[in-house]
Design a binder for this molecule. Structure first.
Ligand code: FAD
Ligand code: FES
Ligand code: FES
Length: 492
């Protein structure tokens, strides 16, 4: 039974198959067809909805999400807001009124999704007002495509929302809504149906027991990778264990040496920590997918998925991160360098799961640079990603770690190129040696994102770029403290 609130009204949906998405629940089970389906893969944003979850302080925090790839069962104990739930009688919500006033819609197919992303932006502004600059707008709307209107009217609508009367949706009048949702969120939806299981453990001990009794069941966190197996490959997903509600997987533990980040912590929750500790990593997150995906996707999912083009593994390799793995047989730690074995093969045993990722605290002399190369700036997968960490001691490079995505069957460190730089000064000759070593250590594949030759050349050029940047920094300052990034997107 999925027990949740939809536009302020309680819904109890029984016998929903485990692989049902929120979009299917809305359109096929509940008959609410305002939310549209475009790509069914999280790329277009037509299906965007807002999900309100209790923040522990008596309020609901709303985030936008792609309903096409979010499991319906994850709605249990939350408040789902769709485009049908925004207006109050004939009075439009400011997100809708602004879109009308600015002519932000033509065919209208993308409009419900765009309005829902604007609604969440408006709600965030209401609770934490901040200037709506270009970067915030791109971040809020980067996951919403429009094929006919052109983005200027939509941007104008976003910028002028606050000039319209602040009409609250009718459900916002209900003073007990947040408490009722919080109450529901403490209950468990077992989700066993005629078609399979969707189990939602709330603690680590239950997850260990489930991994023992049902080792074949698939874990689901944000579902932003997993769900494509059903929408794109039409595979059944009928035996699922949802780890999003496990308290121990949702904490960020600070220690003297760094941070243990729970595997179910979403990117949106992680970003403020990265902004303080590793600005280079935080900047990368602005090029990672869209706000809809960052609100649901997790570091644990990115690592466990073991994609050769996942964005965080090369950065974590460069930072020498390690993993805490857990399961019925107990816990163990593993350096991330030993986790990726081959294409989509990891060191995780069948009954194990990733519990946390350790991010070391940056030292004063630490440097990090990250460059993501993709065809599109917003919401695109990397062709090549280079993440480079080092420190300099009296002009000599030390602790050099060069990690790449998109160059091999797994995210990998370039050990030969590292060896060519370790203990050397920053000169054209040492970097030429590193580039030559790099050419010998990867045989990248050709696919839609880039040819093998392009990838090889691009990776080599990233090393040259690193050298030029180090020289530039030496010229402007002798102080190499702190992490820094310059991404293509922000470099002009
Ligand atoms: C439109 C779109 C854009 C994207 N853009 C990017 C991008 O720019 N960069 C990028 O790197 N990725 C991108 N992705 C991929 C995806 O968002 C990330 O890989 C994300 O981190 C996956 O996390 P999740 O919580 O959604 O994982 P899920 O989909 O829930 O799980 C993924 C896999 O990991 C397993 N798993 C999850 N958690 C654990 C755990 N704790 N222990 C063991 N196994 C586990 C699951 O069983 C599943 O096999 C994109 C995806 C979409 C749909
Ligand atoms: S339908 Fe395209 S993102 Fe969901
Ligand atoms: S108005 Fe037609 S796709 Fe946006």
């Amino acid at each position: 039974m999925i027990d949740f609130y939809l536009n302020g009204k309680r819904q109890r949906c029984a016998d929903v198959a485990p692989d049902t998405s929120i979009l299917e629940l809305l359109r096929n089970h509940l008959g609410d067809t305002g939310t549209k389906e475009g790509c069914a893969s999280g790329d277009c944003g037509a299906c965007t909805v807002a999900i309100g979850e209790p923040d522990g302080n008596g309020h609901l925090q709303y985030h936008n999400a792609n309903s096409c790839i979010t499991p319906a069962h994850q709605l249990h104990g939350s408040h789902l807001v769709t485009v049908e739930g925004l207006s109050r009688g004939d009075a439009l919500h400011p997100a809708q009124a602004a879109m009308v006033a600015c002519h932000g819609s033509q065919c209208g197919f993308c409009t419900p999704g765009i309005v829902m992303s604007l609604f969440t932006l408006f709600e965030q502004q209401r609770h934490a007002p901040a200037p709506l600059n270009q970067q915030r707008l791109e971040s809020a709307l980067g996951g919403n495509l429009c094929r006919c209107t052109g983005y200027r009217p939509i941007r104008d609508a976003a910028l002028s929302m606050t000039e319209h009367p602040d009409t609250h949706p009718a459900w916002a009048d209900d003073p007990s809504l947040a408490d009722n949702v919080a109450e529901l969120s403490r209950t468990t939806n077992e989700g066993s149906t005629r078609c399979g299981h969707f189990t939602v453990p709330h603690d680590l001990a239950s997850l260990r027991e489930l991994k023992r009794s049902r080792p074949q069941a698939r874990l689901v966190a944000g579902a932003t990778d997993l769900w494509l197996e059903t929408t794109q490959q039409l595979k059944p997903l009928n035996d699922l264990i949802d780890i999003r509600r496990i308290a121990e997987l949702n904490v960020i533990d600070e220690t003297a040496d760094g941070w243990w980040i729970g595997a179910a912590v979403t990117y949106s929750r992680l970003i403020p920590l990265l902004a303080d500790a590793y600005p280079a990593f935080e900047h990368l997150m602005h090029r990672f997918a869209s706000s809809q995906i960052r609100n649901r996707g997790t570091l644990g999912g990115n690592i466990a998925n073991a994609s050769p083009i996942g964005d965080t593994p090369p950065v974590l390799l460069a930072l020498d991160a390690r993993l805490l793995l857990d399961g019925p047989g107990g816990e163990r730690q593993l350096p991330l360098t030993e986790f990726f074995l081959d294409y989509k093969q990891t060191a995780l045993a069948d009954n194990e799961f990733i519990r946390a990722v350790f991010l070391p605290r940056p030292t004063e002399a630490h440097n990090l640079k990250v460059w993501k190369l993709s065809k599109r700036r917003e919401d695109d997968i990397s062709a090549v990603l280079g993440a480079f960490a080092w420190r300099k001691d009296k002009g000599i490079l030390r602790d050099v770690r060069l990690a790449f995505g998109g160059m091999a069957a797994t995210p990998r460190r370039a050990r030969h190129a590292e060896a060519a730089l370790e203990g050397q000064p920053v000169t054209a000759a040492t970097f030429a040696a590193a580039r030559s070593a790099l050419n010998g250590e990867f045989s990248p594949m050709t696919d839609v994102r880039g040819s093998s030759e392009y990838r090889q050349l691009a990776a080599s050029n990233l090393l040259e770029r690193l050298r030029l940047m180090m020289n530039e920094e030496s010229a402007s300052s002798n102080d190499h403290t702190g992490a820094e990034v310059t991404l293509d997107a922000y470099a002009h």
